[in-house]
Design a protein around this ligand. Structure first.
Ligand code: 13P
Length: 251
């Protein structure tokens, strides 16, 4: 049985004041213990969130980490070790905004995945195709290639302590959620690709769906066989909405 997970990616949002407000509203939400919950504030607000959330219920992660491990001369970067040392458990790796806007290649994403694990964080590896790729019928090829880079570089055992998020780029922030069937098709293909290496590991890996997940579409998405929860952007900035999504994952 895979434990469902709901992750909130706050992206480049928040001020000290709005983050304090969001933490307070999250503290009064009824959050199901059966669901693993994590939030990913901006790097600047990680410490504030770690100090404020109920850490029995809500873990904290980083939105990115350096591809290099440890400490040293690398201006502007934050290593997995540094995030782990302050209390982060998770890190998003290869979010499409970093791949497409900031030019992260499959190879860089794969290095960050390893750096995360070496540094003591659990990676959430993000995969997903653009609208153009979907319309060209290349969805499974693109997602398969993104996954293969990490799988070939680090092996199936690396997925024993990792989560994968499928986030079609065209569904992110657009209000255009993938249908449960569209998402399930890709999730099944991801699990099948893992399964070719090791069936048992593949069965244990949580596959989250991301892209315009909201309180009113979460239950339907989470009812699919290979959708084990969600990676939520915009809706995770509203505690009520995020709480409702977490409860949907627990049902
Ligand atoms: P939205 O939920 O705002 O579409 O964002 C999804 C996402 O990119 C989460 O990482």
């Amino acid at each position: 049985m895979r434990r469902p997970m709901v992750a909130g990616n706050w992206k480049m949002n928040g001020t000290r004041a709005s983050v304090a407000e969001l933490i307070e509203s999250l503290r009064v939400q009824a959050l199901p213990v059966s669901v693993e919950i994590a939030v990913f504030p901006s790097c600047l607000h990680v410490a504030q969130v770690l100090g404020g959330v109920d850490d029995k219920h809500v873990a904290v992660g980083a939105q990115d980490c350096a591809a290099q491990n440890g400490f040293g001369a690398l201006t502007g970067e934050v290593s997995a070790e540094q995030f782990a040392e302050v209390g982060c458990e998770w890190v998003l790796v290869g979010h499409s905004e970093r791949r497409l806007v900031l030019g992260e290649t499959d190879e860089v994403v794969s290095r960050k995945f390893l750096a995360a694990q070496v540094g003591g964080l659990k990676p959430v590896l993000c995969l997903g195709e653009t609208l153009e790729e979907r319309e060209a019928g290349r969805t499974l090829e693109v997602v398969g290639r993104q996954l293969a880079q990490v799988l070939d570089d680090h092996g199936i055992a690396a997925f024993e302590s990792a989560v994968i998020a499928y986030e079609p780029v065209w569904a992110i922030g657009s209000g255009l959620t993938a249908t449960p069937e569209q998402a399930q098709e890709v999730h099944a293909a991801i699990r099948e690709q893992l399964s070719r290496q090791d069936r048992q590991v593949a069965e244990g890996v949580r596959l989250l769906y991301g892209g315009s997940v909201k309180a009113d579409n979460a239950a339907e998405l989470f009812s699919m066989a290979d959708i084990d929860g969600g990676l939520v952007g915009g809706a995770s900035l509203k505690a009520n909405e995020f709480g409702a999504i977490c409860r949907a994952a627990g049902n």
